[in-house]
Design a protein around this ligand. Sequence first.
Ligand code: DGL
Length: 267
Amino acid sequence: MQKAIGIFDSGIGGLTVLKEIVAKLPQENIIYLGDTARVPYGIRSPETVTRYSFENTNFLLAQEIKMLVIACNTASAISLEAVKKEFPLPVIGVLEPGARAAVDATRTRRVGVIGTEATIGSGAYEKAIRRIAPEVVVHSHACPLFVSLAEEGWTDNDVAALVAEKYLAPFRGMDIDTLVLGCTHYPLLKQVIARVVGPGITLIDSAMETAKEVAQVLDRLKWKGNGQGAGARKFFVTDSPSRFEAIGKRFLGSISLAAEQVRVGGT
Ligand code: DGL
C-alpha cells in the first residue's frame, strides 16, 4: 500500500481540512488522528500543546506516513516549528497557508484573525502575516464559543448569529477587508460569519489553503499517490469513537468515518 498523508487535530475539527485534502487529492491514502480525549487544545498552555503534538506525531509516524499535516490551528500556532525540528518528514501546518492567502486577498492592508484563545494569545497569525507583508495591520480576537456551536451542529441558527454579532463587533470600523477563520471549526460557521461581517469582507478558510499547499508539496517532491480510484482513509481517536463518528458526519457528509480508539501518550 502507498504511504499515507498523516493528519492530526485535537478532535473532529480537523475533518474540515481532511475534507479539502480528499477533494483535491482523492487518490491519496489518509490516516487521521483526532485526540478526542484531550480536546480542547485552545485553552491549554504552550508546553502541554507541544507535548500533545509530539505524542500525536509519534503515533502517526508508527503508521508509516509520508507527510504530516497539523490540521489544528492551535497546535500549528504553538508547535509547528518544534515538530518540524524534531521529526524527519515534511510537516505542514494550517497557519502559513491561511496567512499567505490573507495577504494575497487584502486590498486595505488590514486583516482580521479569529481563533481559539491559545492561537490568538500566541500571536502566531500576526507574525506569519507580517513576515510576508510587514505593512499589513492585523486585528485578532478569540471566539471560543464558535467551537462548541460547531460541535453542537448550531452553525446557522439564531444563537450562532447572536454569538457571531457579539464576537465580530470589535472589527467594525477597523477597515479590515479580509478575515481569517483561524480555527478548524470556524469554516462550519462560514455562512453566519459572512452574513454578520457583510459582503465587503473576504473570508479565508485555512482548510482550503492547506489542501492546496499539501498538493504543491507532494508535486514538488514527486510523492503524489498514483493508485487507481479513491485512496484508503483510516480514522483513529483517543476517546470513544461514537461521538466522533456522529458529529464528524456533519463535517464530512458522505465520507465513511468508522474510527478505532487508540492510546496516545497519556490518554
Ligand atoms: N482544533 C482547534 C483549533 O483549530 C479547535 C478546538 C480546540 O480548541 O482544540 O484551534
